[in-house]
Design a protein around this ligand. Structure first.
Ligand SMILES: *Cc1c(COP(=O)(O)O)cnc(C)c1O
Length: 402
């Protein structure tokens, strides 16, 4: 079966491969060739491919009931909301189908919060190099001009500051009276795998308390165990945001997004304020509930932390004498290798070597392996990536001196 047709809108530059089967951290293409998946469909399949518990939950529920409507009670949705509240400390949840929708819900909450405060033209503080999605509101929140280009006029109501810079956030608080919220990623993913500096989120929380803003964390990529905690904000003990968005890893591949709220944001939505036809249907909620059960049962948050440390240490050692590699950074299984030059072509070279990786922010190799990686998988990833990058750099050098 061909994956190429003129009848698909060309929104993606696709790699010349189609996978037909997966198992754990491995994918097989049409020719039967096997690949090590260090990308997880961009932080989605944290439990790997065809996980037996996920497949069983999915099949069981598909045979029972897939969809009713949010005009009726949905027990699996309630059960999932209870579980998410228990592991996050948040108090209420709205279910949608994607990360962008989760952030849309968060932004809508900030507008209702503004109404409550009597603010007519509210501002949300967003970060440089952030990524929040591709819908009209979330692309306006995103700190990347290339994503916004062509879609002007952009939704207004955002003010942007450098990521990780508390002084800049304080300064903007003094400049604008109408700020109602801050939207921030605990580790910027698309923006180049940039972890927040230690203490940053705590500082954001303090400013949100001081100025009565909502602290909204975009955990679409960092959430569901990937960084070594259930959620990225939990690396700062005792911290609780007012709003959190989730998606990617929550469904291990079934489309689900969630916007969670606590404290002053928990009861802003009332009947009629927001909705989604598909959001939170029995199928996706049962699968997501199973995802959370498996992560807990198999100790995968601790595994993500240990694997992340192992991979980062391996890469740091492997690139120690490679000046073109400026940094290895990340948190848990969100790992970036920062090069001193654009390196997009490494994605194809890795593919040819049977390894699935990604390059973001043009010069950062991005690794998002599944939480079910074995130590051997981690070592294989390190060995092949180090060899690949060294070879590529050597060829580049040769070309320059020739
Ligand atoms: C992927 C991502 C989104 C968008 O999620 P979609 O499901 O593609 O809409 C939003 N925020 C962050 C941090 C992401 O990584």
């Amino acid at each position: 079966m061909s994956a190429v047709t003129a009848h698909l809108m060309p929104t993606y530059n696709r790699q010349p491969v189609s996978f037909v089967r997966g198992e754990g951290a491995r994918l097989w293409d049409e020719a039967g060739r096997v690949y090590l998946d260090a990308l997880s469909g961009i932080a989605v399949t944290g439990l790997g491919h065809a996980h037996p518990d996920i497949s069983a939950a999915l099949c069981e529920q598909a045979k029972t009931l897939i969809h009713t409507s949010n005009v009726y009670g949905i027990p699996w949705q309630a059960k999932l909301a209870d579980r998410l509240a228990a592991i996050s400390g948040m108090s209420s949840v709205f279910f949608g189908n994607s990360g962008a929708e989760a952030n849309e819900a968060a932004l809508k909450l900030s507008r209702l919060f503004a109404r409550q405060k009597g603010i007519e033209n509210p501002l949300v503080v967003v970060m440089e190099t952030s990524f929040h999605g591709r819908t009209m509101a979330t692309l306006a929140a995103t700190g990347n001009a290339a994503i916004q280009k062509g879609f002007e006029p952009l939704l207004g109501g955002f003010v942007r500051v450098p990521y990780g810079d508390l002084a800049a956030l304080s300064a903007v608080a003094e400049q604008h009276q109408d700020i109602v919220a801050v939207l921030v990623e605990p580790v910027q993913g698309e923006g180049g795998v940039r972890p927040a500096p230690a203490g940053y989120l705590r500082g954001v929380r303090a400013l949100c308390d001081q100025y009565d803003w909502l602290m909204m964390v975009d955990e679409v990529q960092t959430g569901i165990g990937r960084t070594g905690q259930w959620f990225g904000f939990q690396h700062e003990p005792g911290l609780l945001p007012d709003v959190m968005s989730l998606a990617k890893g929550l469904g291990n591949g079934v489309p689900i997004g969630a916007c969670l709220a606590a404290g002053k944001a928990a009861s802003l939505f009332a009947p009629g304020n927001h909705g989604s036809t598909f959001g939170g249907n029995p199928l996706v909620c049962r699968v997501a509930h199973t995802v959370l059960e498996v992560i807990e049962r198999d100790g995968l948050r601790a595994r993500a932390a240990a694997l992340g440390a192992r991979i980062q240490a391996g890469l740091s050692a492997g690139f120690a004498e490679v000046p073109a590699v400026q940094a290895v950074r990340g948190q848990g299984l969100m790992i970036g290798v920062v090069l001193d030059r654009p390196c997009g072509e490494l994605v194809r070279r890795a593919l040819d070597a049977g390894l699935l990786i990604n390059v973001t922010a043009s010069s950062v190799i991005r690794l998002l392996p599944p939480l079910i990686f074995t130590d051997a998988d981690a070592d294989e990833l390190v060995a092949s990536l180090v060899a690949l990058v060294r070879d590529w750099l050597q060829e580049n050098e040769t070309q320059i001196t020739d």
